[in-house]
Design a protein around this ligand. Structure first.
Ligand SMILES: Nc1ncnc2c1ncn2[C@@H]1O[C@H](COP(=O)(O)OP(=O)(O)OP(=O)(O)O)[C@@H](O)[C@H]1O
Ligand SMILES: N[C@@H](CCO)C(=O)O
Length: 320
């Protein structure tokens, strides 16, 4: 259950009057999320999603609105926030910041097929082409500076081997990514897991949950995708999914020489990023609610698989 702030029909009906979206027919809390309260709304005109922001940096919300508006204007499949009659998207409801979105169709592809991997790679490539021109700025909150500062907090909970692994890895990343990076920059999704996409069959209904969105190295986003979409249960890469995503991505945005050189390290760094963020949730900063946290061991497995087996060769860019 993930509605932390319940809302009444009357509250929502009154709220909807500010928007040109029709009148409330039904309201349903969404069980899936872990961070925010989410509701599906049906009006006499359309299907909507209402999000109440329960935690996190509320001052960052205008950035997310700006980013989603920008991607929506560039015809990327994202839920562009609904603006009210005065052009305002960000509101307050039940004392919480709130946003209204169109409800996108589809389900999370937990075992994505190759057609879905292709579409996702193609869409991420298109997104990164336009996101390089996005004017907003929000430094990546989970970049190497964060890893460097935060990994000390979890070392005490790890075995001596894992402590050494984490410390050694962070040191390697500092060597590879420490200096002002030459990698292409732009706006990132920052958490593009399968459960942040919706598919209807092989059609991408949309990419949701941009609340890790930021600006930084585009390769960081791509490595998060490959680790989540193309890892098997043993952490090893599935070549078919890997190639389907990367070929489609590179048909939109071929990787630069430097990106190709640092790719294996970026895969490891983004695996460690989730090993660490999940460890922090379990041991250091557990959320107030009792939802089961994501398992840190999954990303330990992915990291060690990348260390033992390396990255797969990058498929050659095609220009279809
Ligand atoms: N625009 C949308 N269209 C359709 N469904 C949506 C939309 N936005 C959110 N959802 C549904 O609501 C669920 C929770 O939304 P969201 O991912 O934003 O919440 P969260 O609390 O940040 O969850 P988490 O970070 O754990 O994924 C999603 O998994 C999805 O099923
Ligand atoms: N995608 C994240 C959770 C949401 O930030 C994880 O799997 O750890």
């Amino acid at each position: 259950m993930a509605v932390f702030t319940p809302l009444s029909d009357a509250q929502v009906a009154e709220f909807l009057k500010r928007f040109d979206v029709g009148s409330l027919v039904s309201l349903e809390g969404v069980a899936g999320g872990t961070e925010n309260s989410t509701f599906f709304i049906t009006t006499d005109r359309r299907e909507l999603v209402l999000t109440l922001f329960e935690q996190g940096e509320h001052e960052e919300l205008p950035f997310f609105v700006e980013l989603l508006d920008y991607l929506d204007e560039h015809r990327l499949p994202v839920p562009g926030p609904v603006h009210d009659r005065e052009g305002i998207a960000l509101h307050s409801l039940a004392g919480k910041p709130s946003l209204l979105f169109p409800r996108l169709p589809g389900r999370h592809p937990m075992s994505p097929n190759l057609a879905q991997c292709h579409v996702l790679g193609d869409t991420l490539g298109r997104m990164h082409v336009v996101s390089q021109h996005f004017p907003g700025h929000r430094p990546n909150p989970r970049d190497l500076n964060w890893l460097t500062a935060m990994h000390h907090k979890v070392l005490v909970y790890l075995s001596p081997e894992d402590q050494a692994l984490m410390k050694d890895e962070v040191e390697i990343y500092q060597g590879v990514f420490g200096d002002a990076s030459e990698l292409p920059h732009g706006a990132l999704h920052g958490d593009l897991f399968r459960d942040n996409t919706l598919f209807e069959g092989d059609r991408l209904g949309g990419i949701i949950d941009f609340y890790n969105g930021c600006t930084g190295d585009l390769l960081f986003d791509l490595a998060i995708v490959i680790n989540d979409w193309a890892s098997g249960p043993d952490g090893r890469l599935d070549r078919e999914r890997h190639d389907a995503i990367l070929l489609a991505y590179q048909s939109r945005r071929p990787l630069t020489r430097t990106e190709r050189e640092v790719w294996p390290t970026m895969l490891r760094m983004t695996a460690l990023r989730y090993w660490l963020s999940r460890l922090l949730v379990v041991y250091v900063d557990p959320p107030a609610h009792d939802l089961t946290p994501h398992d840190p061991a999954q990303f330990h497995t992915i990291l060690t698989a990348r260390l033992e087996h390396g990255a797969l060769p990058l498929p050659e860019a095609s220009t279809t």
